[in-house]
Design a protein around this ligand. Structure first.
Ligand code: NAP
Length: 297
């Protein structure tokens, strides 16, 4: 079968429903896939399944790790695997220099191994094309959580979005779409102008403490502590805080608990609320990305 990845050998280590959808697309594009620790692929077949991660990476040009990657103990995200999978030194030594390694988010351990091994490590989750598409299920998941947790409708609620980046923009647009009264808080004058042009109220972080008391719900997308104890002290007692930024988030959670403010960190929403969509996003972007990266080698 012809396809843009014909003749390219790819290893997939771990993964969940998203990577299972990606695997189907890689096969459609002609890749030869060796997999370990993936959930069963619907209508599976056409690829080699291994129990041993080292056997899985033998002879491949590309290694694909799951979106959440490898944790600080070296465990590969593989919820469907019978046994835990580890990215250990032995596995690292089985991956030759020059191998392309794709992962959503790389923690320091994987980065160190990639540098030592001379691999081309590409973190995909922060690439614009990926982050913008993922902002859609993320924003929908954030709205879902708010609807579950709030005693009022989002329609007519005073909703604050901290950070008008890729996630913040999509989220603010969806909130406005359901009739929330949106306030965007951003440090950049150009982004505040963009928010104003969209019809949302725009506020600088320097003015946050003065207006935050109006919020029924606050969505944080800033990966730095912006909801500090002093800002939290100005929020209303009934406020709901949904922190979308990657761990540890942008909220002083200890202070929020002490002040009896409801605050939750909500990581990994695309994979949780819309695994199929999140898988289709991988399937849409990875084949081209693999080709682009291999051309660079
Ligand atoms: P992004 O496009 O880079 O947006 C981040 C926003 O935060 C920008 O507006 C940025 O402002 C602002 N910012 C960064 N540091 C700041 C600081 N010290 N003070 C004030 N503002 C600051 O990122 P994104 O793709 O929207 O992702 C945002 C966060 O959500 C990341 O942590 C990402 O990992 C996470 N995320 C979570 C999920 C989930 O399921 N929970 C899904 C996707 C992403 P400037 O433009 O001025 O830098």
């Amino acid at each position: 079968m012809g396809g843009m990845l014909t003749g390219i050998k790819v290893a997939m280590l771990g993964g969940d429903a998203r990577e299972a959808i990606l695997l189907e697309e890689l096969l459609r594009q002609g890749a030869e896939v060796q997999a370990c620790g993936l959930p069963e692929v619907p209508g599976g077949g056409g690829y080699a399944c291994y129990d041993d991660p080292r056997a899985t990476v033998r002879g491949v040009r590309v290694v694909i790790l799951p979106v959440p990657g490898v944790n600080s103990e070296g465990r590969i995200h593989a919820p469907g695997s019978q046994q835990p999978l580890y990215f250990n030194q032995e596995l690292a030594e089985a991956i030759p220099a020059g191998t392309l390694v794709l992962v959503g988010v790389a923690r320091p351990l994987l980065k160190e191994m990639a540098t030592a091994g001379g691999w081309q490590l590409v973190e995909t989750a922060d690439r614009d094309e990926m982050a913008i598409l993922n902002s859609i299920p993320t924003a929908e998941g954030a709205l879902m959580l708010a609807m579950q947790e709030l005693p009022i409708t989002l329609h007519g609620s005073r909703a604050f979005v901290l950070g008008l980046g890729r996630t913040g923009f999509t989220l603010a647009r969806m909130l406005a779409g359901v009739g929330a009264l949106v306030t965007v808080v951003d440090r950049g004058a150009a982004d505040r102008a963009r928010a104003y042009a969209e019809g949302w109220r725009a506020v600088a972080f320097t003015d946050l403490a003065g207006v935050i008391g109006e919020a029924d719900v606050i969505f944080n997308t800033v990966p730095a502590q912006v909801l500090t104890a002093s800002v939290l002290a100005a929020t209303s007692p009934g406020v709901l805080i949904i922190d979308l930024a990657s761990a540890p988030g942008g909220t002083d959670f200890a202070a929020a608990t002490a002040m009896k403010r409801r605050a939750m960190l909500a990581p990994g929403l695309p994979g949780k609320v819309a695994p199929r969509t999140a898988g289709l996003i991988l399937a849409r972007l990875y084949p081209t990305l693999i080709l682009e990266c291999l051309e660079r080698l």
